[in-house]
Design a binder for this molecule. Sequence first.
Ligand code: NAD
Ligand code: ZN
Length: 353
Amino acid sequence: MVSKIIFGRGSFNQLDELISPKRQGRNAPFIFFVDDVFKGNHWLTSRIRLSYKDKIIYIPTDEEPKTSQIDQLTEDIILEYSEQPSGIIGIGGGIVLDVAKAVALMLTNEGESKDYQGWDLIKNPAVYHVGVPTISGTGAEVSRTTILTGPDKKLGINSDYTPFDQVILDPELTKDVPNDQWFYTGMDCFVHCIESLTGTYLNAFSQSYGEKALQLCKEVFLGDHLSKEASQEKLMMASWHGGMSIAYSQVGIAHAMSYGLSYLLGIKHGIGNCIVFDHLDEYYPDGVDLFKQMKANHSIELPQDVCADLEDYQFDIMINVALSLEPLWENALGKNWKQVMTPEKIKALYQKM
Ligand code: NAD
Ligand code: ZN
């Protein structure tokens, strides 16, 4: 779990105070990975205080993190500085949070990041790392994974060393998120709740977080009299609880199939989950019903026919990526999932999207 957390509007102002005691010396910088949407945004960047050799690196978000990108960022830091950084601070959406976690891990673990995609392969504790989400939903701020696309798979580096040492939850940082992105990333959280709460891996730990997160999602996406501030605060806590819920259970069919869309077509996580979940009424009838109400409430139009022009071999690639995520299917459908979910069935679902 994340060991330290602060929450509150304006708490981002405490960043410097929080990290200063962790400074290891003049030659051991803090590296700030910042979502490039904040380039030139004085309101945010003026609050990042740089001393000695500290540096801001802006991270583009048009593509989700790749293992090659993580290896490059890690190598650049090793070559530029004589000492290990004092800390890595990620400020942004799920992409930037995952980049920060992955680089912090790779600075202390030899070799390439693709070798660590999987469960508990990391051997050494990461460099001190801090997460500051600026959009709510993924749960990347709380999870024990960092999701990377490698040469042959999209899979997280899941380990006890992956979670942030410190998280700053400042709901005000989410104030300028565009409406459609707010919905897609928020729905990532909603789907985490449904997949966790209806899954066979569910236990009391996951359920208690999942139920709270689901209630908050309903207030945010279906409630009427919520102020903007309350909505930002509730969705930030929903994301946290949703992430905690899947930490001790698993996600399910929407995530497995969304990984296929992402791997082949580069469709991003939030919107990919929405495209898939929209067609999963057979598996998650109540959840899909709520999803459609939320979609209508916020006038969201999802892309249609994203698989219309694909050839058979391309469907096979997506099906293989999806089916390789065995724990997700087992969570969704039980131990005998292979009898329930065949490649043909997955193909038929993709063909509807
Ligand atoms: P994202 O990081 O791509 O951010 C979405 C968009 O919102 C980007 O264009 C970003 O620049 C913009 N944005 C962020 N904050 C903003 C702000 N305050 N104002 C205006 N624009 C802002 O998307 P996401 O949905 O947050 O994250 C998706 C990523 O998270 C994927 O790479 C996915 O694999 C990963 N993920 C990780 C976990 C985990 O547990 N580690 C869980 C779920 C998803
Ligand atoms: Zn997700």
